[in-house]
Design a protein around this ligand. Sequence first.
Ligand code: GUN
Length: 274
Amino acid sequence: MMILDGKNVASKILTMVKNKVDSLDIKPHLVVILVGNNSASKIYVNNKKLAAEKIGIRSSIIEFPDTISEETLLDKIIELNNNPEVTGILVQLPLPKHIDKNKVVMTISPKKDVDGFTPENVGKLVIGLKPYFYPATPQGILMLLDEYCIPIKGADVVVIGRSNIVGKPMAQMFLNRDATVTLCHSYTKNLDEKIKTADIIVSAVGKKIVRCKMVNKNSVIIDVGIYKDVNGKLTGDVDFNIVEPTVKYISPVPGGVGPMTIASLMYNASIIYS
Ligand code: GUN
């Protein structure tokens, strides 16, 4: 078994991005919009800001109360789209229920959409054109697999979870790299057997789903889940202690996908389109 050390790979990527940013005449400026009081979102947004500061990317957080109207939020995004000093815009999700998330995402300029969530960027990904930005978590996962030279072409990949943020773009990006992809979700039949025969398993569900009997000695396990267990300890979708000795590669939680997502986002934030 080998641990996929996301922390270590992320720090290499961040050094590379820092060198690039240092060499730029025009410096990137990432604006993160945070609506409401979601405690996990606050932590994520702060982590993004800290990472940006460390590598010389200017970042601003704009906070709104959860009572903000959809119109005010959309107006702010339009203002940022038109501000040439802002090179990246990220609206932290989830948003309060009275705000239409899709309307918000569709308002972000594709050339500043560092999350890669807008229809133009998603559509380009699907039809095989280069989007302005690839979604951070899937892109970070591919960077991690590439760093360990884990073959993707022709691999049988199982992605569990079909979110717009991880599962769907992840499946598409594996497909674009010539993997055979099975995208699984809560209605999937015989999930255990699908996981058992896959070469690479990416779990992005948010509850314990991958257990020992489902894996084999050649499995590569990527755990995107991150939440606190009953004892308040950070844990992922995979029963790590039991699965770890029986597989080929596994990403830990914490220290796996989390730092790769941040590094991947910083890579995106360093890209400037005019
Ligand atoms: N909420 C959870 N993950 C993400 C992400 O990658 N981007 C945004 N904008 N919100 C999120």
